[in-house]
Design a protein around this ligand. Structure first.
Ligand SMILES: *Cc1c(COP(=O)(O)O)cnc(C)c1O
Length: 227
């Protein structure tokens, strides 16, 4: 299967999942996750209509940005505070905001550059030792503090639930993130705009969409198995 064929199939499944949930497929953004994929292959995806690419390593992403024009870039992996300087102005959305120290550094560097950086708060929805993100109960107090930082904008939540062989088993995690998303929105904080709910990957994006995701991050189903 070519990249274009994979992409067409993924789009079809996104559309079907949206319709099952009574949602407009047009409101769901596909981020094609291109980590480890070489630039010339990513270019084929852009050629086939991909307009957002997800990378989890800063250095790798910055290199590819030079080589692959024509799409927006999303940082979906953990961001170290000492790398913030490099990412300012380079990503449409940072999905991995997970500490107040990081939030302050993004705000400070963004202000220096005269811009605002859009972010999602990463939630460790399965409370896994091995995963980044804030535990659920810290999310509201965190956002209440981070929202006041100039240069930083919070636009939603992101999570990577525990790996499940059976996609259906991820559903409760997606429901929990959705309910947290609603809770934040209900606070009505003026600086916060709950626009994006980033959840769902190759194995479970259909379930995530049924549960309210409006960004799905799909790598393997588009580019094939990673090395
Ligand atoms: C790698 C990765 C993905 C994509 O995973 P696939 O299973 O290949 O679709 C999505 N989100 C994050 C944060 C990732 O690191």
């Amino acid at each position: 299967m070519s990249i274009a064929e994979n992409l067409a199939q993924v789009r079809k499944e996104i559309e079907a999942a949206a319709r099952r949930a009574g949602r407009d497929p047009a409101e769901i953004k596909l981020v094609a996750v291109s980590k480890t994929v070489p630039a010339e292959v990513i270019a084929q995806a852009v050629e086939a209509g991909v307009d957002a690419l997800g990378e989890n390593r800063v250095q790798e992403a910055l290199g590819k940005q030079e080589e692959v024009p024509g799409a927006a870039w999303h940082l979906i992996g953990h961001l170290q505070t000492n790398k913030v300087k490099k990412v300012i102005g380079k990503f449409e959305l940072i999905h991995s905001l997970d500490s107040i120290r990081l939030a302050r550094e993004i705000g400070r560097r963004s202000q220096e550059a005269g811009i605002t950086t859009d972010t999602l708060v990463q939630v460790n929805i399965g409370r896994e030792e091995s995963k980044f993100g804030l535990p659920r109960e810290e999310v509201l107090p965190f956002i209440d503090e981070a929202r006041k930082i100039p240069g930083l904008k919070i636009l939603g939540l992101m999570a990577i639930p525990p790996f499940e062989e059976e996609p259906e088993n991820a559903r409760p995690y997606f429901q929990e993130l959705r309910s947290l998303f609603e809770e934040v929105a209900a606070k009505g904080w003026p600086e916060v705009e709950m626009r994006w709910l980033s959840m769902g990957m190759s194995s479970d994006f259909q379930v995530a969409i049924e549960e309210g995701a409006n960004i799905v991050r799909v790598g393997t189903r588009i580019f094939g198995q990673r090395q």
